[in-house]
Design a protein around this ligand. Structure first.
Ligand SMILES: [Zn+2]
Length: 243
């Protein structure tokens, strides 16, 4: 009888122990290794969780392309002359010019100025003044034209749109690049023409820089109606003309 009681108590103890050990499914704490995985964006993730899987990498697919494309598509414009900010003093972009009131006397032009005039310093009167490409693009035209003397046109892009850049009053014999040749921003295109000569069509020694929107070559330096100015860009908004 006593033996039977011991067996019953034994079975009960085993039952309780078995319930404690196997009855509850407790989460098992695992110590993960300290390995780290490097993600495409350069950050690192470690292992975690019961199976020690790597945490997911941050999702960079939505932000990387916009950041990258905005940098790539932003063209770099440079000033065409040294100390450009000190030179824009007489005819800025959009000024209305009239023979009577013009800051240049005598004056033969009338209308809204489609470009920006960069003056020369007195010490440059007899020396060559190199003109640099303000953007990267192909040489479209180099020829003689009334009002300019030598004029050079380059085709570039601004905000993914074509533009033509007009460099007026140039000495054509100094422009070595052939039509169609690519010129990088900052490369020397040629030098300014001599003041009061055929090279400038009798104008003072200075650079007229015009930027026309679109593919079409339009070298007009002055236009009759103010609304047409919207076809042109102010060069000083593309590079610094301030002191
Ligand atoms: Zn001009």
């Amino acid at each position: 009888m006593k033996k039977l009681l011991l067996i019953i108590i034994g079975i009960l103890i085993l039952g309780v122990v078995g319930f404690v050990l196997f009855g509850k499914k407790q989460p098992v704490q695992v110590g993960c290794t300290m390995e780290a995985k490097v993600c495409p964006d350069g950050s690192a993730v470690g292992r975690s969780g019961p199976t020690c899987e790597f945490a997911p990498c941050p999702d960079v697919s939505t932000k990387t392309p916009t950041d990258a494309s905005s940098k790539i598509s932003a063209p770099e414009f440079v000033a065409p002359l040294e100390r450009a900010g000190e030179r824009v003093t007489k005819k800025p972009f959009g000024i209305f010019i009239d023979p009577k009131t013009s800051p240049i006397q005598p004056e033969k032009f009338r209308g809204y100025h489609t470009g920006t005039d960069f003056e020369t310093f007195p010490e440059e009167a007899k020396s060559d003044v190199p003109v640099r490409a303000i953007c990267s693009g192909s040489l479209e035209t180099k020829r003689s034209a009334t009002g300019y003397g030598g004029v050079v046109v380059q085709k570039c892009e601004f905000k993914n749109e074509l533009i033509t850049v007009i460099y007026g009053h140039m000495r054509l014999t100094s422009v070595e690049a052939a039509i169609g040749k690519d010129i990088a921003a900052g490369d020397i295109i040629g030098v300014l023409g001599t003041g009061g000569s055929k090279e400038t069509d009798g104008e003072r020694k200075h650079l007229h820089l015009g930027i026309h929107k679109g593919n079409m070559v339009n070298i007009r330096g002055y236009i009759a109606s103010k609304s047409e100015l919207s076809e042109w860009l102010d060069a000083c908004q593309l590079f610094s003309c301030s002191l």
